[in-house]
Design a protein. Structure first.
Length: 292
């Protein structure tokens, strides 16, 4: 009788262990399933297998960016960001379309770039292509400064350690400006007009030619555009000590606008105006010419 009870007890323990092991196994499977991905964000249900791109309009635009592009298709409602030319931008999505504004092309060089449409969780929803092209004078100007900011154009004699206005003037020729008055170039850079090679004289030239641009203070950054001219008075003497071409404009969540520029003399492609007037030249003042 006692052996029967022992056998019955052993059978019961084995049964309980089997149930426990089975439950542990199921629990492990459940944990794997729960940790296998991120929960959809904001209706993030579309994926490469469910989204289809039918068209892109327009299919191309300016290398300086700012073109409003609409991607039409199906299953695109999950899209929250778009990455093009290596830069992520926000997007407005509907079931059948996604709209975004293009960033600048890399170094303002014409190219066909991949467009990656992503969900809020970073998942790729769909991909397509967009072509950057040179549209006008501003595009040529920006491409010029990004090409020659470090490796100087051998067609121009540099002005020793004070080549900033000479370089800016070269870029403005690419923009389509015509030489006139004191803004003229000569093969020997010191024979060029003062407005071509002096920051203060360039300011005076611009004041005499309002048809070329409008003066802006540093408090009017919201009106500054890519390709505009930035000038600095490092010591607040009233003269202009440095000149460059605006190559990048960003706006933080707090609303602060930061402006970057390219130039010679402290050669740079994306030099921060804020850094220039607070760290490099504390107390300096920035001014701009909003070009027409």
């Amino acid at each position: 009788m006692r052996s029967f009870r022992r056998a019955r007890r052993a059978a019961l323990v084995a049964a309980l262990l089997a149930v426990g092991l089975s439950g542990c196994s199921l629990g492990t499977i459940g944990t794997i399933a729960d940790s296998g991905g991120t929960a959809p964000v904001g209706g993030d249900t579309a994926g490469p297998s469910t989204a289809t791109v039918h068209s892109v309009s327009p299919v191309s635009g300016s290398v300086k960016g700012g073109t409003t592009v609409t991607v039409s298709g199906t299953g695109l409602s999950a899209v929250r960001t778009v990455r093009v030319a290596g830069t992520a931008v926000t997007a407005t999505a509907h079931a059948g379309s996604v709209t975004f504004r293009t960033p600048s092309a890399a170094a303002f060089v014409p190219a066909t770039d991949a467009v990656v449409l992503r969900s809020g969780s970073g998942t790729t929803v769909a991909t397509t292509k967009y072509r950057y092209r040179t549209v006008g004078g501003v595009d040529r100007e920006l491409a010029y400064v990004l090409k020659y900011w470090k490796h100087y154009n051998p067609a121009y004699e540099p002005l020793d350690d004070n080549d900033c206005v000479d370089f800016t003037s070269q870029a403005l020729l690419q923009r389509g400006w015509q030489q006139q008055d004191d803004w003229v170039h000569a093969a020997a850079v010191l024979d060029s007009g003062l407005a071509w090679r002096s920051s203060t004289s360039f300011r005076d030239f611009m004041e005499e030619h309002p048809e070329l641009g409008t003066a802006l203070t540093d408090q009017q950054r919201s009106k500054v555009k890519l390709g505009d001219v930035v000038q600095f008075d490092w010591d607040r003497s009233g003269d202009r000590d440095h000149t460059g071409v605006v190559t990048k404009i960003t706006k933080s969540r707090s609303g602060h606008i930061e402006i970057y520029f390219a130039g010679h003399t402290n050669d740079s492609d994306y030099r921060s105006v804020d850094t220039a007037i607070t760290k490099e030249h504390p107390g300096g003042v920035a001014y701009y010419w909003s070009l027409k």
